[in-house]
Design a protein around this ligand. Sequence first.
Ligand SMILES: Nc1ncnc2c1ncn2[C@@H]1O[C@H](COP(=O)(O)OP(=O)(O)OP(=O)(O)O)[C@@H](O)[C@H]1O
Ligand SMILES: [Mg+2]
Length: 458
Amino acid sequence: MQTTAHCVLFVDDDADVREAAQQTLELADIRVEVFADALSALARLRKGWSGVVVSDIRMPKMDGLEFLTEARKIDGEMPIVMITGHGDIATAVRAMHDGAFDFIEKPFDPDLFIDITKRAISHRKLVLENRTLKVELARHSKNVSGFIGQNPAMEKLRTLIGNVASTNAHVLINGETGSGKEVIARNLHEMSGRSGPFVAVNCGAMPEQLIESELFGHEAGAFTGADHKRIGKFEFADKGTMFLDEIESMPLALQIKLLRVLQERALERLGSNRVQPIDLRVVAATKIDLRDAASRGEFREDLYYRLNVVQLHIPPLRDRKDDIPLLFEHFARDAANRFDRPTKPITPAEQATFNAHDWPGNVRELRNAAERRVLGLDPLANGKDDSNSEIASLPQQVDAFEKGVICEALREHGGNVTATVMTLGLPRKTFYDKLTKYGITPADFRKPRSSTDAEPAR
Ligand SMILES: Nc1ncnc2c1ncn2[C@@H]1O[C@H](COP(=O)(O)OP(=O)(O)OP(=O)(O)O)[C@@H](O)[C@H]1O
Ligand SMILES: [Mg+2]
C-alpha cells in the first residue's frame, strides 16, 4: 500500500512523545505533521483532507474528546485514533462511542502503532475513493443518461453520441454482448429531439416468416392468416428511432426491402399498393464485423454502407477496467435500493479479483455481480462467469444457493416470515436456524415506503 501520499496529523502535548511518534512514522515511510495542542491541529483540518489523525486524550485547553467532536464536525468520516494513558480504558471506550477509529495505550508499541495507523489510512483512502465515485456518478447522470464510464474511449464515445444524436444520420453500433449497445441506442434517440417513439426489434429473435410483416405491417388478407390489418414496426417508428438489434440476422431478402425504405423514404405494407412516406432514423446494432460479413456476401454491402454513416464501437469491459469501480458502485446502489439492502464499499481484495477477471458478459455480467454481492452471494460465482475465480466446494455452493433462494423468497414477500416459510415449505424452526446460519435478517427485505424507486427497464 502506498502510504506516503497520506499524511498523519499527530497531536500530543508531550514533546518526547511527539518526537518518538514522528520518528516511528517516518521510518515506516508515512508522512507526519506534529502539533502540541488540539486547536492548532484543528485549524489544519478540512473536509475531504486525505490524512488521518492520531491524538492524545489528556491535553490542556482542548482535550482529545472535544477535539474528536470538533474534527468530526469538519469531516464526519475522518478516522481519528486516540492515545490513552494512565490505564484510562473508560475514556477510550467513550471515545470509541463518540466515533474514534481506534485507540492505542501509552506507552505504545511501535509495530502496533504503525499497524493501527496504516489501517486508518487504508480506511480513509476507501472513504475518499467512494466519495469521488459518488461525485462522478452524479456528474455522469447529468449528461448522456444511464451511460456510465470515464475511460478515455468511453468519453470519446459520449462526445460522439452527443454530436451525432441530433443529425438524424443512421448509426451502426458495434460491441460484444452486454457492452451497452441498447443503452447507446436509447441515448441517441433521447438526445435526437425526434418526436416519434423509440421502437426496438431484435432481428435475430424472430422467425424469418414473421419478421417481414412485423416490420412492414400488412393489410387484411395479405396472406393466409392475415385476418386484420396490422401496422408494422417501421410505421410505429415514423419520426422516431428504429432500433434494429442483431441486424446481421436480417434475411437477405428483407435487407433489400429495408434498403429501399431508407433510400426512398417510403413504405408499402404487405398486400397494399399504396406507398406512404416515412421518416425513419435507423440505429442498428451488431456483435460481428459487418463489413467482413458484407465482403463474404452474408450481408448486403449496399445496406452496410447505407447504415454505416456513423459507426460507434463500444470497447469490451476488459479493455476499460478502470471503469469497473464506477459501474459497480452504480449497480450496487441500484440493487441495494431495489432489494432494500445496505451497500458496503468494495474491499481491495475484491477489486483485485474484479481486475483479474475477463468479463466475457461485459457490463451485464458486472451488473449481475453487483446484484449478487448486495444479496450476500459471491459476486463472481455464477455459472460460466467464474472461470477465473476459485471453484467453491460443493457444500459452499449448496449454501450459497440456499441462501440465495431464502433471500429471494423473503424479498418476494417483503420480509414477511409467515408467507416466506409457506413458500419454502420449511418448518419454522428450520427456517430460523437457516436465518442464523446465513446471517439473514427478514426486516432487511421490507419494502421501502416510497414507491418511486421503480425497477429500471433492462
Ligand atoms: N455504459 C453503461 N453505463 C451504465 N449501464 C450500462 C452501460 N453499458 C451497459 N449497461 C447496462 O448493462 C446491461 C447490458 O446493456 P445492453 O443491453 O445495452 O447491452 P447490449 O450490448 O445491447 O447486449 P446484447 O448484445 O446482449 O443485446 C444493461 O443493464 C445496461 O443498462
Ligand atoms: Mg442488446
